[in-house]
Design a protein around this ligand. Structure first.
Ligand code: ADP
Ligand code: MG
Length: 142
């Protein structure tokens, strides 16, 4: 298994409901170590840029409005197989379809307000990490 890095976001609904500690604790317990972290209130432009692949989806405007509603926590997680492991820990996009015990099954209130984001491939992880962090802001703990 290779050590990887992935981008994780605790979305506005997670921050608003004081779930930062619980989410970060879960990642640490599962062997995904934060190696960069900050809070940011995304502008409309920043949220649109981040979710550009979804620009043609019917839920795009609503998603951008949700993601800019209040601050989010952006972080880079490092660990074995971090990209896939993070997706497993998060659970399916729709919390009703998420496996028991996953973050979305535990905390998400709907398919849009689903508490966490995680990169879905090595290419997107690299792109998304770069979107929020410069090289010198990302540490290594492997
Ligand atoms: P994931 O975050 O699991 O990778 P997607 O990349 O498909 O899911 O979608 C990005 C985000 O857009 C989701 O996490 C969710 O916040 C929102 N979203 C996805 N599908 C819908 C939908 N049908 N209605 C409203 N929001 C959605
Ligand atoms: Mg996605």
């Amino acid at each position: 298994m290779a050590v990887e890095r992935t981008l994780s976001i605790i979305k506005p609904d997670g921050v608003e409901r004081n779930l930062i500690g619980k989410v970060v604790a879960r990642f640490e317990e599962e062997g995904l170590a934060p190696v960069a972290m900050r809070m940011v209130h995304l502008s409309k432009k920043e949220a649109e840029g981040f979710y550009a692949v979804h620009a043609e989806r019917p839920f795009f405007d609503s998603l951008v409005q949700f993601m800019t509603r209040s601050p989010v926590v952006v972080m880079v997680l490092e660990g074995d197989d971090a990209i896939a492991r993070n997706r497993e820990i998060m659970g399916a996009t729709n919390p009703e379809e998420a496996d028991e015990g996953t973050l979305r099954a535990l905390y998400a209130s709907g398919i849009e307000e689903n508490t966490v984001h995680g990169s879905d491939s090595p290419e997107n992880a690299a792109k998304e990490i770069k979107y929020f962090f410069s090289d010198v802001q990302v540490f290594s703990r492997a």
